[in-house]
Design a protein around this ligand. Structure first.
Ligand SMILES: Nc1nc2c(ncn2[C@@H]2O[C@H](COP(=O)(O)OP(=O)(O)OP(=O)(O)O)[C@@H](O)[C@H]2O)c(=O)[nH]1
Length: 294
């Protein structure tokens, strides 16, 4: 059988996590319209005919302004080194920009150290007229000698099967490393924390999404239900107010939406309690970052 790993890299917001979920046909990575949604390396295993592919979703490449962000960029760069194949994800809606070029520069360095296939994935083709794709491919070909270029829509799944078959053809023969039923290495605790963070990102704007982290303080599984206690960290009192909302309404919306997703994912009833705490400048604090797994 074919076996290997694929790092999914690209600047923030191009749709890397949406693509991962689509490739796995399972939602294991949170998605939002805010940049820098993914903060850690997320491993997902695709089981396809004659192959096992380990996908590694990475934080979007960006200019780091906090210790947290420097860690995120480091995580992305380290993940390059581990992978047998690289996907560079870009958007069909835009010309190659400085963010994309910075990613490609790092890819050039990575393949100079260790040669391997690099696939350009042009995502969000649902948003553009197909006639724009050929000129865009030609532009990207002038920048890097891609092994393959595959236009897809992670949103509608258009051409994602072709991306999978192209990827299988690029992998070497090997032994499967994960069991047939393994989809991710993330624990239920981590998935629960991430789902809460996703609902917060969907409900908040400007600096709030970036100032939020979620810690699971209680996780008790019984036969009937899973009891989860979560603390949401923010950096300022004002952010706490925004997150809780008038009469606690925003936090209630977040809690309900997160609980519903958890019940679907875990296949059992969930009792969820969420608190908000202010921890100033946690994004610069080594200890908090370590506790949060960043
Ligand atoms: N129309 C359209 N939207 C998409 C597609 N793929 C992703 N999106 C949207 O693009 C936004 C960003 O998606 P993510 O998957 O979070 O992007 P990402 O690259 O993982 O982002 P970071 O974690 O911030 O680096 C979300 O609002 C998605 O719904 C696509 O194929 N078509």
């Amino acid at each position: 059988m074919k076996f290997g790993s694929v790092a999914i890299i690209g600047r923030s917001n191009v749709g890397k996590s949406t693509l991962l979920n689509r490739l796995l046909k399972e939602k294991i990575a949170i998605v939002s319209d805010k940049p820098q949604t993914t903060r850690t390396r997320i491993l997902g295993v695709a089981h396809v005919e004659g192959a096992q592919i380990v996908f590694l979703d990475t934080p979007g490449f960006h200019e780091p302004h906090h210790l947290l962000n420097r860690r995120m960029v480091r995580t992305t760069l380290d993940t390059f080194d581990d992978a047998d194949v690289l996907y560079v994800v870009v958007e069909a809606t835009a010309q190659p920009g400085p963010g994309d070029l910075a990613v490609i520069e790092h890819v050039k360095q990575a393949v100079a150290k260790q040669a391997r296939p690099v696939v350009l994935v042009i995502n969000k083709v649902d948003l553009v007229n197909k006639s724009r794709l050929l000129p865009l491919m030609e532009q990207y070909l002038r920048i890097f000698p891609w092994t393959e270029i595959v236009p897809v829509s992670a949103e509608t799944a258009d051409n994602v099967d072709r991306l999978l078959s192209v990827t299988v053809s690029l992998l070497a023969e090997g032994e499967a490393t994960f069991g047939d039923d393994v989809v991710t290495d993330q624990s239920m605790r981590t998935l629960a924390a991430e789902l809460i963070r996703e609902k917060i990102l969907q409900q908040t704007y400007e600096e709030v999404p970036h100032s939020v982290a979620v810690e699971i303080e209680e996780f008790i599984e019984t036969k009937k239900l899973t009891k989860i206690g979560a603390v949401v960290l923010v950096e300022k009192e004002s952010q706490k107010g925004i997150l809780i909302g008038k009469h606690g309404e925003r936090l209630k919306l977040v809690g309900t939406a997160a609980r519903e997703d958890m019940e679907r994912l875990f296949g059992m009833k969930v009792f969820l309690k969420v608190w908000v705490k202010v921890r100033e400048s946690w994004r610069e604090d080594e200890q908090t970052l370590a506790e949060l797994g960043y």
